[in-house]
Design a protein around this ligand. Structure first.
Ligand code: DQA
Length: 160
């Protein structure tokens, strides 16, 4: 089932019968653009949201793009994705990827497919980033392509 109403990037609700894809971003991703650009690139989170919005619109879908530095917000939004009948969730849980059993449980508690996304490739970095709780329940993982990781994940989600 797909949602019939969704909050768009511009803050307006659309009543069109369009699939909605949640894009959830975790801690410190609000600082993209200036945060360790040698690792994460220079695109801001707004840049990424804009590109995804264009791509989704062209495919007749709607993006609901959010960021929080708080674990519980990400969990609430995963539940909300289920409640509104989202088609998929793209989740960059950032540091919580490697620590949060609660986020793993939330992904397992919903039937909406969740795609794990990372700008960098955690497996090419410190050992503590090699463990992904999100990856234990995610449908697929897109990592190491910078902002393009989101676009690759979106393209797959749109084909579901
Ligand atoms: C990240 C990778 C994580 O290990 C890190 O904690 C982040 C960003 C990425 O997108 O590359 O905050 O999720």
């Amino acid at each position: 089932m797909c949602a019939t109403a969704a909050l768009t990037l511009s803050g307006e609700y659309t009543l069109a019968d369009q699939p909605v894809i949640f894009v959830l971003n975790g801690p410190n991703l609000n600082l993209l653009g200036t945060r360790e650009p040698e690792i994460y690139g220079t695109d801001t989170l707004d840049d990424i949201a804009g590109h995804l919005d264009d791509r989704a619109r062209a495919a007749g879908a709607v993006i609901d793009f959010r960021q929080s530095n708080h674990e519980g917000h990400l969990i609430d939004w995963l539940h909300e994705a289920q409640a509104v009948g989202a088609k998929a969730v793209l989740l960059n849980a950032a540091g919580y990827t490697h620590t949060s059993i609660a986020i793993l449980d939330a992904i397992k508690a919903i039937t909406v497919p969740v795609f794990e996304v990372h700008l960098s490739d955690p497996h090419q970095r410190e050992n503590f980033r090699h463990l992904s709780y999100v990856g234990m329940a995610a449908k697929a993982i897109f990592a190491g392509h910078g902002a393009k990781s989101y676009e690759l994940a979106l393209d797959v989600a749109l084909q579901l």
